[in-house]
Ligand binder design. Structure first.
Ligand code: 13P
Ligand code: SF4
Length: 293
């Protein structure tokens, strides 16, 4: 399968981009593995004809929005991010009416139709920087209320979570009571405020890699999706990493399999297409984020 994938990659002039939560075997066949921000940036620097995106729907959509002339494929049609479902264009319009002077910052874990209504997008790696780059004192921030809390602790602006209860089931279930504490505790900002409060470091998945690189510690407890540990072990084979909780599994991410990647390349499916009017508006918000960070 791996040989076939690499043969097809050459034949179709394709690259495979994978998120840090992909299984070890997918990470090993990828041309680039990263966090949401690194993947969005990488998507602007690709000269292949085809991008196979090993991640969830909003990540592949972002790559498609940034590459209207390329073929962006996702190997599964049900690789979805549950958090994105918390926000709709109607909710954003309602909040905008209620807060006419506020600006809208959307976490990239949102649909393209929602991004089209945002002033700017952000990821967990640059959320504070993005918010602080804005003129308005009030920021409507969605869909993740936990990331909104994280930002609110690091800015003077008023952060209004939109909606008030948006969250990721993987990270919210990683409650402070579930996690082990026998190492440096690295926590993703999608986790609850209770868990953020006991963290040794709060960081995006890419931020965790940078933190370990600059740390002398030998053992780390990783409070995010379980396969992040695979990524860290590959990067730092001489350190020890344990998932904070074994059951922290993102089912959307796990829809991507070796067989799926092979079939995606072979049959050029599933094509990720964002309607032009939505894509052009969403592109503005994403490009503005890339300029700020
Ligand atoms: P990162 O940007 O930290 O990789 O996070 C993406 C994500 O979906 C976390 O659940
Ligand atoms: Fe979405 Fe949560 Fe999966 Fe991240 S871990 S992709 S936020 S469902």
């Amino acid at each position: 399968m791996k040989e076939e994938i690499s043969r097809l990659k050459k034949e179709k002039n394709a690259v495979i981009l994978a998120h840090n939560y992909q299984s070890g075997e997918i990470q090993r066949i990828a041309d680039f593995v990263g966090d949401s921000l690194e993947l969005a940036r990488k998507a602007t620097q690709i000269d292949s004809d085809v991008i196979v995106f090993a991640g969830v729907d909003f990540m592949a959509e972002t790559a498609a929005i940034l590459n209207p002339d390329k073929e962006v494929l996702i190997p599964s049609q049900i690789a979805s991010c549950e958090m994105a479902r918390f926000l709709t264009p109607e909710i954003i319009k309602k909040y905008r009416e209620e807060y006419p002077n506020a600006q809208v910052v959307l976490y990239v874990n949102s649909t393209a139709a929602c991004k089209a209504l945002a002033d700017i997008t952000c990821t967990s790696a640059n959320a504070v920087k993005v918010v602080n780059s804005l003129d308005s004192d009030v920021v409507l921030f969605g869909p993740d209320a936990n990331l909104a809390y994280y930002v609110s602790q690091r800015t003077d602006k008023k952060i209004v979570p939109m909606p008030p209860n948006g969250h990721c089931y993987v990270h919210t279930n990683l409650g402070a009571e579930n996690v082990r504490r026998d190492g440096v505790l690295m926590v993703h900002p999608e986790c609850s405020p209770d868990l953020q409060k006991i963290a040794d470091v709060i960081a995006s998945t890419g931020g965790m890699i940078k933190y370990v690189r600059n740390s002398d510690a030998k053992r780390f407890v990783v409070a995010t999706e379980r396969d992040m540990v695979e990524r860290l072990k590959m990067e730092f084979p001489d350190r020890e990493f344990v998932p904070a909780w074994e059951n922290a599994i993102c089912l959307g991410m796990k829809q991507i399999t070796l067989k799926g990647v092979y079939e995606s390349l072979k049959n050029e499916k599933y094509l990720v297409k964002v309607p032009d009017d939505i894509a052009s508006k969403a592109r503005r918000a994403i490009e503005r984020m890339l300029e700020v960070s």
